[in-house]
Write a protein that binds this ligand. Structure first.
Ligand code: S3P
Length: 158
């Protein structure tokens, strides 16, 4: 049985790389945000608007416990998933966790190009984005660093 979980900051390419990895290994691919949206019949921005970040984190925690039981899967998580509750420890118990590390400047470029609506970045100007990413990465890195493997995707073209 194989189970791989990808973590990392928004814009690191978790979904793109996860999908490709699953195909390569012949595993099923799950994206936790999409799974949440399907199960709740609402988009992530809608959930944030209705129950706030705190409510979203609870839902995310519960949904993580559903997908991380599936077998022969690659799961890409949201950027914040490992940083709440005991999620990262649970992930490490359940799967091989891979942290996709990426430098802030590259993350910024991906986020500015991307079409995904991200509630945490709403209203941030391109100039504010770099500082915000650096600050949040500092807070999140201790959680990301608990992954069993780290892959630097800074120079990867995805
Ligand atoms: C979040 C990242 C998003 C999504 C939500 C919160 C975060 O996922 O789960 O908007 O806290 O970093 P992606 O990393 O796929 O953008």
């Amino acid at each position: 049985m194989q189970r791989i979980i990808l973590i990392g900051y928004m814009g690191a390419g978790k979904t793109t790389i996860g999908r490709a990895l699953a195909k390569e290994l012949g595993l099923q691919f799950y994206d936790l945000d999409w799974y949440i949206e399907n199960r709740r019949r609402k988009t992530v921005p809608q959930i944030f608007a209705e129950v706030g970040e705190e409510g979203f984190r609870k839902i995310e925690h519960n949904m993580l416990h559903e997908v991380a039981e599936f077998e022969d899967v690659v799961i890409s998580c949201g950027g914040g998933t490992p940083c709440f509750f005991d999620n990262i420890d649970y992930m490490n118990q359940q799967a091989k966790v891979v942290y996709l590390h990426c430098e802030p400047e590259v993350l910024r470029g991906h986020l500015l190009m991307g079409k995904t609506e991200r509630p945490l970045l709403k209203g941030k100007s391109p100039e504010e984005l770099t500082g915000f990413i650096k600050e949040q990465l500092k807070q999140r890195e201790p959680f990301y660093a608990k992954a069993r493997y780290t892959l630097d995707v800074t120079l990867m073209d995805n």
